[in-house]
Ligand binder design. Structure first.
Ligand code: NAD
Ligand code: LMR
Length: 328
């Protein structure tokens, strides 16, 4: 028997990430090859026409799994019955800006969206925040949705995780499929702490194959500053790789991570590794039965402990800034 459609709400649907994301959702790449999708697109009124153009193309692609596409500029309608919500719609940074500079521009978007999710989404809703600064925006949305468990609000750290794997592949030639147990701790900002302490490359400990100097002087800053490097090169913020990371994140959340492996997800802390409860933080995570579990029993090095501490401070600084702006 055919499955009933899953309602997926995508905000910022007419933007660059939206354009790279929607076609992959409709193809089945995000939820699976036998799951029909009902797409609800949310845009600001000025961009509704552009979203209509994207919807025309989605329909013209004749995806067998695409049940329907609906476009809204009303936040409550857009989240009605939503099972999966991808909060992408927000301003991207441009050359020279740090992600924290986006707080004033974007922070105000996520309170009303959190409230609309609280009041209108399905009971099983899963929310992934992509719009920057993603961890803080996810915190704002979660804080505005008291009836939805905080564990259902994630921030996208998967792009950072994928970037780390890509650097390891480039350095060692190890295929991506044989790179395991990388993690990017913390905030999706230049403070993030990419960590290969537990990683294996084709079964061998990464720390035996990589020298400490390359890790600290090249690997960590290259991964942490990759977003800025892409803005510098393209003249625009990463879009297709961000969309791909969102697909990976939700796929794993819904379908589970492979046995014996983990990934990085930005999830609400329950106090693991000294991260204050509720902070949405990049952790090593395993997905089972539609829920993330934080891998909480790792013996962490002094460098990792320092990286986590730096990220707690960065995340709290962003939260203080939104409190000063009256957003929280
Ligand atoms: P874009 O400017 O191309 O598109 C953003 C879209 O959002 C626009 O169409 C705009 O009209 C829409 N929008 C703005 N406010 C909205 C609202 N209140 N409701 C609904 N839609 C709204 O930007 P983009 O390149 O698609 O990037 C989107 C966001 O994703 C940016 O904040 C960017 O920094 C962020 N991003 C995050 C990651 C990550 O890893 N977490 C990676 C890349 C980009
Ligand atoms: C990225 O990491 O590519 C995005 O967060 C965009 C940015 O501002 O860096």
């Amino acid at each position: 028997m055919a499955k009933s459609p899953v309602t997926v709400t995508v905000t910022g649907a007419a933007g660059n990430i939206g354009y790279a994301l929607l076609f992959r959702i409709a193809s089945g790449a995000m939820l699976g090859p036998d799951v029909p999708v009902r797409l609800n697109l949310l845009e600001i009124p000025q961009a509704v026409k552009a979203a209509e153009g994207t919807a025309m193309e989605l329909n013209d692609a004749a995806f067998p799994l695409l049940d329907s596409v609906n476009i809204y500029d009303d936040v409550n309608q857009a989240f009605e019955g939503s099972n999966v919500a991808l909060l992408v719609g927000a301003r991207p940074r441009t050359k020279g800006m740090e992600r924290a500079d986006l707080l004033a521009a974007n922070g105000g978007i996520f309170g009303p969206q959190g409230r609309a999710i609280n009041d209108h989404a399905a009971d099983d809703v899963k929310v992934l925040v992509v719009g920057n600064p993603a961890n803080t925006n996810a915190f704002i949305a979660a804080a505005s949705a008291p009836d939805v468990p905080a564990d259902r609000f994630n921030a996208m750290m998967r792009l950072d995780h994928n970037r780390a794997m890509s650097q390891l592949k480039e350095k060692t030639g190890t295929p991506i499929s044989e790179i395991e147990k990388v993690v990017v701790w913390g905030n999706h900002s230049a403070d993030q702490h990419p960590d290969v302490s537990y990683a294996t490359l084709a079964g061998r400990p990464a720390l035996e194959m990589l020298d400490a100097e390359w890790l600290s002087s090249y690997f960590v800053p290259t991964v942490a500053k990759r977003g800025a490097a892409i803005i510098e090169a393209r003249g625009a913020s990463s879009a297709a790789s961000a969309a791909s990371a969102a697909i990976d994140h939700v796929y794993d959340w819904v379908n589970g991570t492979p046995d014996g492996s983990w990934t990085t997800a930005g999830v609400a802390s329950h106090g693991e590794y000294g991260v204050p409860e509720g902070l949405i933080f990049g952790f090593p995570t395993i997905s089972r039965g539609g829920a993330w579990e934080i891998v909480s029993d790792l013996d962490i090095s002094d460098a990792t402990r320092a990286g986590i501490k730096r990220n707690i401070a960065a995340a709290q600084e962003e939260l203080d800034a939104v409190r000063d702006l009256g957003i929280l």
